[in-house]
Design a protein around this ligand. Structure first.
Ligand SMILES: Cc1cc2nc3c(=O)[nH]c(=O)nc-3n(C[C@H](O)[C@H](O)[C@H](O)COP(=O)(O)OP(=O)(O)OC[C@H]3O[C@@H](n4cnc5c(N)ncnc54)[C@H](O)[C@@H]3O)c2cc1C
Length: 461
């Protein structure tokens, strides 16, 4: 019995740090078979319950063992319409893999790597199109083409609904397209999985900002029977420290959008980005990891990751932190910025920080961080990127009278993702605040089911 996960080949750090190509190269068939053979196919299937979209994991892995990869793909897509994306970006180590029975004694089965293998095999070998069902005469609008809106649209479209997604940006995908870098999630993968949705007849109208170009009344008067709000949490938070308005300070969202969506690293890109020499990224989550790794690839000689707690408390995936270190990022943990300094032209010239120590656990369950008096120091940098979280953009919620939101600006829903207003549903980051792709997809599926149930009921009056 192999006790460890079959390793996945990767581009070596010294090579990948100079390109935006995918870092993880995926399993070969031999590797997939070797890993699939580790699954115990246990009866209790705790991995399935730990997956927010309940992928039938042991069944698809058994199909891999049987070398029936087409069947494996169909088993996964019964509940997950975007397996190539999830196989690459899901935090499996805290979800399905965390509950794998093998994990009690050994490394869990590499479920994510196997999911990716199956999805990649299908994309390469099967040239089919999704068959659109006959229309049921009902229309649903989705606000936002991120994973939540896409997943809700898919589940409704396969039931015959006429679905239109309104997206503010010029491309669909939400964070998948504008946030997660090409070297973790290539654009062709996103385009393939969104393409399946278009084959089902879903209409994606880009460049439409709901709350500005159209409001809810407009949508209902255009004949939509229900609306699903999946507008994400794209409003960046700042620290409100001195110097945040200097030239060379970015929010991680802006920085990553310039890199990922606008491809500013390409020679002919219309949207420029600063050629930095020394960069400080503030934060310890996946967004911070993506920003430091992009900064390295854009040619910065020195890239610091500044995080106020210790590495143990870092919310980023272990794999991302490991990759960032391999690529030469300098981790300054137990460190917090107190101000950003500029030169006479208003450009960033340094960031002043203070050392931190850890106290008791706070409300978040993590140990609280406190500044150590007299430990202030300067790091000379020309770029600062703030990656300390995001909140839902109030543009949509403010435009809807009587829509209940909480003190963080997140939309309040019941367990079926129904908001305080009839026929308006919400999910993903707009409801939870910054979370995960699979959570966003899971709530999209729940909402689709609730919408279907509500619109299938006979009218009561
Ligand atoms: C840099 C980064 C890296 C991440 N890495 C991971 C990862 O590795 N794994 C993981 O699981 N999660 C990751 N996440 C989190 C994950 O991407 C999000 O939780 C997820 O995308 C949320 O999906 P969503 O559909 O709710 O919102 P989003 O993906 O934000 O999509 C919302 C969409 O709505 C559109 N929109 C907003 N307002 C309007 C409006 N008024 N009108 C019309 N359209 C509107 C937006 O343009 C956007 O396209 C990452 C997040 C970031 C920022």
């Amino acid at each position: 019995m192999q006790t460890h996960k079959t390793p996945m080949p990767e581009q070596p750090p010294q090579l990948r740090v100079r390109n935006f190509d995918e870092v993880a190269l995926g399993y070969t068939e031999e590797m997939a078979l070797q890993e699939a053979a580790r699954c115990l196919n246990c009866k209790t299937k705790p991995c399935v319950a730990a997956c927010p979209v309940n992928v039938h994991i042991p069944e698809f892995i058994q199909a891999v063992v049987d070398r029936d990869y087409e069947k494996a793909y169909h088993i996964i897509t019964e509940t997950n319409s975007m397996p190539a994306i999830c196989g690459r970006v899901c935090p499996q180590e805290t979800q399905c893999e965390a509950k794998c029975v093998l994990a009690a004694k050994h490394e869990p089965v590499a479920i994510g790597r196997l999911e990716r293998f199956v999805a990649d095999w299908y994309m390469k070998n099967i040239k089919d199109a999704v068959i659109a069902p006959s229309p049921n005469g009902k229309k649903v609008a989705t606000i936002g083409a991120g994973p939540s809106g896409l997943s809700c649209a898919y589940d409704l479209a396969i039931k015959g609904y006429d679905v239109t997604i309104f997206e503010a940006l010029h491309e669909a995908g939400g964070v998948l397209a504008y946030g997660i870098p090409e070297f973790r999630l290539p654009t062709w993968v996103i385009n393939y999985e969104i393409g399946r949705l278009l084959e089902l007849g879903v209409d994606i109208k880009c460049n439409v900002v709901i709350g500005r170009a159209l409001d809810m009344d407009d949508l209902f008067s255009r004949g939509f029977d229900a609306v699903y709000i999946a507008s994400g949490a794209g409003l960046p938070n700042f620290m409100n420290i001195e110097g945040e308005n200097l030239k060379g300070v970015y929010s991680a969202n802006e920085y990553l959008t310039r890199v990922n969506l606008m491809k500013s690293y390409q020679k002919d890109a219309g949207t420029p980005i600063r050629q930095s020499r020394a960069v400080a990224v503030v934060g310890g989550g996946n967004v911070a990891m993506d920003a430091v790794r992009c900064a390295k690839r854009l040619g910065a000689e020195t890239v610091y990751l500044i995080y106020r707690r210790s590495e143990e408390e870092m919310p980023a995936r272990l794999e991302e932190a490991h990759h960032a270190k391999e690529e030469g990022v300098i981790f300054r943990t137990l460190t917090n910025p107190i101000r950003i300094l500029g030169d006479e032209t208003g450009q960033v010239s340094a960031i002043e920080c203070v050392e931190m120590s850890l106290g008791e656990a706070d409300a978040s369950g993590r140990r609280s961080a406190h500044p150590k008096e007299g430990t202030e120091f300067l790091l000379p940098v020309d770029t600062v990127i703030m990656a300390i979280g995001t909140s839902p953009n109030p543009l949509v919620t403010r435009a809807i009278k009587d829509l209940e939101t909480n003190r963080h600006g997140c939309i309040v829903t019941d367990a079926g993702m129904q908001t305080s207003i009839r026929n308006i549903y919400a999910g993903g980051d707009a409801v939870k605040g910054a979370a995960t792709v699979i959570y966003a997809m899971g709530t999209g599926k729940i909402a689709a089911e609730s919408i279907h149930r509500s619109l299938s009921e006979p009218p009561t009056d």
